[in-house]
Write a protein that binds this ligand. Structure first.
Ligand code: PLP
Length: 363
């Protein structure tokens, strides 16, 4: 049996809306973008949502809108995709890496506290794998030190923290619609959410060459627009998000039961969190051998992430982050997507158990 790590969704309705855009003659800044932004703001319970070209540009434009640049420090986790951190560096800011909570894999508030200095201008917590960060202590620290919080919600569409949606938990939040995400635009796309009218206006201008009217540019901006085709697809995908997230949660619950006493460490969901399982990530010391074994049995796995950001050649730092550095050798993402059948989940779990039994390993 072959089991893929993730799978994109496509149907006749999506094809229909794409054709409608193609026939409309309007390809940017049209009604599809407006409608997708309104629906996404609704999902996050925020006043504003601004569509952009990717999750990376969402983070870049958010930092630009907050005036972050040279001389500023930005606190980020290192156990994340590089795009959480690279935009700040791109703007000339200094990255300050914080270690993660050993159970949720998200940035540890105590670490943030330890790393704040008078030069800190922003914190970027990442709701990694779909599990929200512990935002209350992070927001408290931010208020006390007058620094901004930018949620990296690129992996957590529809997750909640203490009943509140990701995207609404800080000054500004960033989402990605990259093809493997919980919802996608079947290409590149992103969204910025905020309750702050000035920030929303500013990012809205920055994504479109900083312009106020045709050929008048008040701000130094970029072209980071979301096309009408992608917005139309995003609008359709969003209609399924809640149902898809529930299916991901059901799959996670099935894995939890089947793997609980297998010897691998399964993910946690804090009592204040609603996890949306963008990834189902286990930990095991024999990670590479398990991945090879699963590959032989037709099961695709992933490693998110094998090299932490602070060890990337372009962002190298000599900081020591013990939890992050240990976990990069142990994390393994199992197949997870809403179209995965119960039968396949059973198969994956039974092969993980077979491997663990074969090596006689119960941690
Ligand atoms: C945590 C995180 N941050 C940022 C990004 C960047 O998003 P994109 O690939 O849409 O630029 C991604 C997705 O790839 C991500 O997973």
């Amino acid at each position: 049996m072959n089991v893929g790590l993730s799978k994109m969704y496509m149907d006749d309705q999506i094809q229909k809306v794409v054709f409608n855009v193609l026939n409309s003659g309007r390809y940017i800044n049209g009604q599809n973008l407006k409608s997708f932004e309104e629906a996404f703001a609704d999902l996050c319970s925020t006043k504003y949502a601004v569509g952009v070209s990717s999750g990376t540009s969402a983070i870049l434009l958010s930092l630009m809108a907050l005036g972050i640049g040279e001389g500023d420090e930005v606190i980020v986790p290192s156990h994340t995709f590089i795009a959480t951190a690279s935009p700040a560096r791109f703007l000339g800011a200094t990255l300050v890496y914080a270690d993660i909570d050993p159970e949720t894999y998200t940035i540890a508030p105590a670490e943030v506290q330890r790393k704040i200095t008078p030069r800190t201008k922003a914190i970027i917590p990442v709701h990694l794998y779909g599990h929200p960060c512990d935002m209350d202590p992070i927001n408290e620290l931010a208020r006390a030190h007058k620094v901004y919080v930018i949620e990296d919600a690129c992996q957590a569409h529809g997750a909640t923290y203490k009943g509140k949606k990701t995207g609404s938990l800080s000054d500004i939040a960033c989402f990605s619609f990259f093809p493997s995400k919980n919802m996608t635009v079947l290409g590149d796309g992103g969204m910025i959410t905020t309750d702050d009218e000035k920030i929303a206006q500013k990012v809205g201008m920055l994504r479109n060459h900083g312009r106020t009217q045709k050929y008048v540019h008040d701000l130094l901006g970029l072209n980071c627009r979301l096309s009408e085709v992608h917005a139309a697809i995003g609008r359709e995908q969003l209609k399924h998000l809640t149902e898809w997230n529930e299916r991901r949660r059901a799959i996670a619950a099935q894995y939890d039961v089947l793997l609980r006493d297998s010897g691998v460490i399964i993910p946690v969901e804090r009592e204040w969190a609603k996890h949306v399982y963008h990834m189902y990530v286990i930990r095991v010391k024999q990670r590479d051998n398990l991945a090879s074994y699963l590959k032989e049995t037709g099961i695709e796995t992933g490693i998110h992430y094998p090299v932490p950001v602070h060890r990337q050649p372009c962002l190298m730092s000599d900081v020591h982050l013990p939890v992050t550095e240990k976990y990069v050798d142990e994390v393994l993402s199992l197949p997870m997507h809403p179209q995965l059948s119960d039968e396949r989940v059973d198969y994956v779990a039974s092969e993980v158990r077979n491997f663990m039994e074969d090596i006689g390993c119960r941690e």
